[in-house]
Design a protein around this ligand. Structure first.
Ligand SMILES: [Zn+2]
Length: 297
């Protein structure tokens, strides 16, 4: 009986379920919309049960990279729960337990962005690095941090999408999309913020639209803060908004300007294009990250 690992990229918009051993050995994959918790969890369990039967395989372990905020404290009575999410119907939902009860295998549970970071470290743009950051900039903004080769949890887990940014009201009077903070990073620079401000989704705005100067500025503000906070050896920027590849050189230049020569590294002075980079796994960082997370048990 061949052995595999299971992965769940549990996103606020869609769930991606996968059975694989590595990027070259993906056995089965399914993606479906995130509807209500009961239906979504049932579909998830059914995918794994059916695939195990169909292929006559054994799953060694499962990794879940989940949208948040989530409870990662293994000693907490609500370990494995989605907690204060603004997503309707998903507040205080136990995601881990029903899946664990149904599949009865070891499960690793972490944030979607920590899982993606682990995947990028194992197979993607951050191989052989022990300190780096991964961000998704899309429907929401989240960041995962690998520090000393381990995903950082801390008190709860980092919420790098919710730091406050400097908003120049004379250039941008938009009120911000985050229901908790308004003008945080996610509130000002996520996909829904771009749509709310300009009336058109990011993918439909052409590459020379002024939206991108503002977007690069907000991302660069955030990057300069994280470079000063974590001193990462690399920063990976993924997610739907970052499909606009013209943002990368703009972010490089603006981040250098905000740091203003203070952080003394050749990576920042001369090699920005190798320092703030797209994901090596493309749009598969999340699902392959969940596999890498399962393999980390
Ligand atoms: Zn916020």
């Amino acid at each position: 009986m061949k052995e595999y690992y299971g992965g769940i990229e549990a996103g606020g918009t869609k769930f991606v379920c996968v059975i694989a051993n590595n990027p070259e050995d993906i056995l089965e994959e399914s993606r479906f919309s995130t509807t209500n918790p009961q239906e979504t969890i049932e579909k998830t369990i059914l995918f794994f049960e059916q695939a195990i039967q169909k292929h006559k395989i054994k799953l060694n372990a499962l990794g879940i990279g989940c949208f948040g905020p989530i409870d990662l404290n293994t000693n907490s009575p609500t370990y494995g729960y989605i907690t204060t999410t603004p997503k309707p119907g998903w507040r205080d939902i136990n995601l881990l337990q029903p899946i664990k009860s149904a599949l009865n295998i070891p499960i690793a549970f972490d944030t979607d962005v920590n899982a993606a970071a682990i995947g990028e470290g194992k197979w993607g743009a951050a191989q052989n690095l022990d300190d780096f950051l991964y961000f998704t900039i899309g429907t929401g903004i989240g960041g995962g941090a690998i520090i000393n080769n381990k995903p950082l949890h801390g008190l709860i887990h980092p919420e790098m999408g919710h730091i406050r940014l400097n908003q120049d009201i004379s250039k941008d009077a938009y009120t911000g999309k985050c229901p908790f903070h308004h003008n945080c990073f996610e509130g000002l620079a996520s996909g829904p913020a771009i749509k709310g401000r300009w009336g058109s989704s990011a993918e439909n705005l052409d590459d020379h639209h002024p939206a991108w100067i503002l977007e690069a500025d907000y991302i660069a503000q955030a990057m300069s803060t994280y470079i000063c906070s974590f001193s990462p050896k690399k920063i990976i920027l993924g997610g739907g908004v970052m499909q606009k590849k013209q943002l990368f050189p703009m972010i490089h230049k603006q981040t250098q300007q905000y740091l203003n020569g203070y952080v003394q590294s050749e990576m920042i002075f001369a090699r920005m294009d190798e320092y703030i980079v797209p994901p090596g796994l493309g749009n598969q960082s999340g699902m392959l990250g969940a596999i890498a997370l399962a393999q980390s048990i």
